[in-house]
Ligand binder design. Structure first.
Ligand code: HEM
Length: 169
């Protein structure tokens, strides 16, 4: 620990409700990460009865219907020409305040009555962990020439892991 630096326990005291709510850019960066790399990349639903979807498409009992957060997060007609770019600013208004997208467009947490119950809790956890790590450490790729690829399982995983070098700030 460098002289003059606070400890991680002391840093924790700064992570109040207000401080976490004020982390608008971090909220945007986490959302942008989930847009491009949704933890659940592909979802399948089973129809319990015949039904008509909002666009008029008919489904029958026993049909499987899939919605796919991974490709949806990269569709240019949904996100614009820079859909493949990691740009947290797309989520912020001119005052730097996070503006949520419809959960039917940003589907990483699903949407409707069965939307992820832990969504807000997950954001809080992610903000606490990321804010603490970034306060104390700088991260860089262990091998900057390596291309990071994801692997689609039930959840989205990083092929071969993500090897980083962490140095104290
Ligand atoms: C970044 C983190 C998370 C993501 C991306 C995420 C995503 C999702 C998704 C896509 C579903 C729908 C699954 C399905 O029905 O097929 C879901 C459901 C659910 N999640 Fe999360 N989740 C996250 C964190 C959490 C946490 C931390 C909790 C608990 C504290 C949680 C609790 C739940 C529960 C209870 C459901 C079921 C809701 C229902 O079926 O009515 N999630 N989540």
């Amino acid at each position: 620990m460098q002289e003059g630096k606070i400890t991680s326990n002391e840093f924790g005291n700064y992570l109040t409700e207000d401080a976490i709510n004020d982390m608008q850019y971090l909220h945007a960066a986490l959302t942008e990460t989930l847009r491009l790399y949704p933890a659940v990349p592909i979802e399948v639903k089973y129809c319990f009865f015949d039904d008509t979807l909002p666009d008029g498409f008919c489904v029958n009992k026993g049909d499987l219907v899939s919605y796919q957060p991974y490709p949806m997060g990269r569709m240019k007609f949904l996100w614009g020409d820079d859909a493949y770019e990691f740009r947290p600013e797309r989520w912020l208004n001119e005052d730097g305040i996070f503006v949520p997208a419809s959960p039917f467009k940003f589907t990483a947490f699903q949407a409707g009555p069965r939307i992820c119950l832990g969504k807000e809790f997950a954001y809080r956890q992610m903000k606490i962990v990321v804010a603490t790590l970034l306060y104390f450490f700088k991260f860089e790729m262990w091998d900057s020439s390596r291309e990071v690829r994801s692997r689609t399982m039930l959840t989205l995983q990083i092929d071969g892991g993500l090897h980083l070098r962490a140095t104290h700030r």
